[in-house]
Write a protein that binds this ligand. Sequence first.
Ligand code: GLP
Length: 268
Amino acid sequence: MRVIIEPNYDEVSRWTALYVARKIQEFGPTPDKPFVLGLPTGSTPLGAYEEFVRLHRAGKISFKNVVTFNMDEYVGIDEEHPESYRAFMWRHLFRSIDLPQQNINLLNGNAPDLVAECERYENRIKQVGGIQLFLGGVGPDGHIAFNEPGSSLRSRTRITTLNYDTLVANSRFFDNDVNKVPKRALTVGVGTVADADEVLLMVNGHRKRWALQQIIEAGVSHMCTASMLQLHPNGIIVCDDEATAELKVGTVNYFKSIERDHLAPPEL
Ligand code: GLP
């Protein structure tokens, strides 16, 4: 696992966006051979999405031959609701880049048969040859997508029930009213994310310090599903100094020293 420690959130976002842009550029995608990118929602990726838009406007990156898969979606929320993950993605990224609409894959939390919808999603990922790079954030308890503590590390796309901590955390988007947060969601599984060729998790802020400590220094555990990154051959964490507050000084120094040459973002 690589751990890139940046001084602040802006640098985490910049490093991540430039890394993804470089990957797409190096791959040289075409309509027959698209670059397949997994995407998260939440406040964490907002800075990276702004950076994608900036790079796109500067002519440095095109999403024309990119296919995207989002991680998750609430069940039973109107797709026009501003907090549906579909609306979130359009607002913060899709409407501002040249990603063709037919290349966007989102879970439909209003599908008449939710189990069939999850199967459809897994099949669609297979059909395009798998995900090359999955971007993600983590919940304060170390969950990835909506794989709450206790989720099988081999889980696939499925319906899940959100735990109380997540409902409280996400209530900030629903008038701070925990009762307004949808109680169920569709989510890719831990196994679905792990199948990607590469997984990059962004972790920032003091609020995530416990999660980061578990992911890096504790063992692999279903109680902190993002710790699956330890078993991934190409896992990268891009975090800020604040999020490292619970890591040992030696751990921070170790990763800073081995990544010294890579701390500057990979310019295009
Ligand atoms: C939700 C999402 C996750 C996200 C997490 C953290 O649970 N399903 O994908 O990583 O929130 O959100 P934030 O980035 O706002 O801290």
